[in-house]
Design a protein around this ligand. Structure first.
Ligand code: ADP
Ligand code: MG
Length: 285
């Protein structure tokens, strides 16, 4: 039988916008010593804005049209930013065969031209050379190629969530190690990690690399919570001792897989969940 205190714990969590899918996770949260987090949408708002458009060997308007056309088929936060920045340019544009390359970006045919839009890894994968300005940008970027020729890039920036720094500090005060995993490039990842005071941060990760990282931490004997939002995060959410999903922005697959759902997407609720777990335990025992 489940002790009464656990019901109290689940109810208290629910009043705080935290959904526990089983009373055992209240206990699991009290034993966590490592919190692993995704970056985009988990620690940052996941709302990108275009900062800069750099066209190379092509008109800037044309570059934006190719970018917006290909990104119009994606729901990625990066895609949403590019499409909204370009405005009403897609009327009469022929968009064909768009494919998403996980952790890289998109390929497709726009007005009969082969277009690539994604990170530098995507261009490398297709053997397209680009100039060094791409690697020097600190912000997230979308690099473009048209008919196998580098055509420039768009920089976009995201903001950290208001309570993210405070949440990380509170985890450290509880003796918890913090780790950030991201598909975004290392320079952007390092910038966010140092801003928030995160212990360890790994970028340029494909979804399967996130799984490898979490498996390695588990082998080290770490008891870990993983917090994510994206569809790519579902496998790692499943693997963690406590899998946590951001419920507002989160993808359905990740929310479904999670043991705990944070309804308003605030990172500080991770700390609240640990504290409620501890409080419940002190009442039960
Ligand atoms: P994360 O949520 O950690 O950023 P993703 O796997 O969603 O992980 O994306 C990894 C990287 O792949 C992004 O940072 C971006 O560089 C690139 N990418 C993914 N989808 C797109 C897209 N639609 N347009 C441009 N770049 C993309
Ligand atoms: Mg994400």
């Amino acid at each position: 039988s489940i002790p009464l205190g656990y019901f109290g714990g689940i109810g208290l969590a629910s009043k705080n916008g935290i959904l526990f899918k089983g009373s055992n996770y209240l206990d699991v949260m009290t034993r966590i010593n490592t919190v692993v987090m995704d970056k985009t949408g988990t620690l940052t708002k996941g709302v990108f804005e275009v900062q800069k458009v750099v066209a190379v060997g092509i008109d800037e308007k044309e570059l934006l049209l190719f970018a917006a056309a290909i990104e119009s088929k994606s729901t990625h936060p990066i895609a949403v930013a590019v499409v909204s920045h370009a405005g009403d340019v897609l009327v009469g544009v022929k968009i064909e065969g768009i494919e998403e390359v996980a952790g890289h970006g998109l390929t497709g045919v726009i007005n009969g031209k082969k277009v690539l839009a994604g990170n530098a890894k995507l261009l490398k994968k297709f053997g397209v050379d680009y100039d060094s300005a791409v690697d020097e940008e600190v912000d997230t970027i979308v690099v473009l190629a048209v008919d196998r020729k580098y055509a420039g890039y768009i920089t976009i920036a995201d903001e950290v969530k208001e309570d993210a720094g405070q949440a990380i500090a509170a985890m450290h005060a509880l003796g918890i190690q913090t780790v950030m995993l991201s598909g975004d490039k290392q320079s952007t990842v390092d910038k966010v990690a140092s801003l928030l005071g995160i212990d360890k941060a790994f970028g340029d990760l494909l979804p399967e690399h996130k799984v490898d990282q979490v498996e390695a931490l588990k082998k080290e004997g770490r008891r870990l919570a993983f917090v994510g939002d994206g569809v790519n995060d579902a496998p790692v959410v499943a693997l963690a001792d406590a899998g946590i999903a951001m419920g507002g922005l989160g993808s359905d697959a990740t929310i479904e897989t999670a043991d705990i759902v944070i309804q308003n997407d605030q990172p500080s609720k991770i700390v609240t969940a640990i504290k409620i777990g501890k409080l419940t335990r002190s009442i039960v025992w």
